[in-house]
Design a binder for this molecule. Sequence first.
Ligand code: PLP
Length: 387
Amino acid sequence: MNVIYLDNNATTKVDPAVVEVMMPYFSDQYGNPSSIHRFGGMVSRDVEKARASVAKLVNCKPSEIYFTGCGTESNNMALIGFADMRGRNVTKIITTAVEHPAILETVHYLEKKGAHSTIVGVDGDGALDVDKLVEHVDANTIVSVMWANNETGVIFPIEEIAKKVKSKGGMMHTDAVQAAGKVVIDLQKVPVDMLSISGHKLHAPKGIGVLFIRESVKLEQFMHGGHQERNRRAGTENVPYIIGLGKACELALDNLDHEDKVLRAMRDRLQAGLMATCKGAVVNGANEDRLPNTLNISFEYIEGEAILLFLDESGIAASSGSACTTGSLEPSHVMRAMGLPYVLAHSSIRFSFSRFSSESEVDKVLEVMPAIISRLRKISPFVEGEE
Ligand code: PLP
């Protein structure tokens, strides 16, 4: 099927170069990296090379990289590992209202188990009040703030937040699942204690993640079992996917500057074109620093899901900021946290690009969208002016 795939914040195509390096580990190189024999030892050396490639992408030591099963697991490992080390009853967690459920649901879980949480809101542009966020940080606090938001692409000032959290003796985690491979991450400059990455957002397969844990950080073990990952993540290593992730990180680092320019230009052209041709279009997070590949745009008085269906008919895959919850369309928690009016919160669409996106795909979206918007607006159940 020929699809115009503009949903790369949901997942990305595995890069063919990544597939290629993975293949031998499904067939000839099937040794267990923990084995004493040379057959396992060869694989272990390759896993360590991949670890070094991941470390290079974020400028940390390879020994600070731990492979996990996904971004969700990395987030769970960071928060639960900290709470169990400190004691769940004394742990304080500070996070934002726009985090991914992989953080918010983990925070709710820990709260049920005795931890104390504070969820800090954002303004209409999706920005945070950093001083308010860090006001009550102390040595029993873990602050978890995403590097970049998956829906709007809004980038939070992680360096500033981390410095403030560290100056108060707190622990700092960032969910960098959407940022890794899209923007520069320099862990020598940004003093976060822990950082999560997910392979499938940067052209590696689904089912491989990373938690960076700074050397000085102590965490309670999250997965119990064997001694893999220096006793921090039990379970036989997913060797082919680790090798794939190493390659994906090399490619991301090599292409970072180029892709920033190319994807930003594509995104900006799409944004300008839609603003010029579609009535009632509003860009969400427009006033903030955003990921170069992400455009989140609302079209007043139209259901985002309806736009998606029409786009789908034209072979275009994007995503919307609302989800069907118990039979009715609810705006996402991100749109709600930004306080978007009803007619905008329901009508948001996210286009997200990757290195496999092309200018002709932007042309196609610009060609079909004005007709979709005017057709849907004619049959919109919302009466203009009402909220
Ligand atoms: N965090 C963010 C910001 C995400 O966008 C996602 C996936 O959409 C995740 C965490 C979860 O990552 P994974 O799918 O690898 O569990």
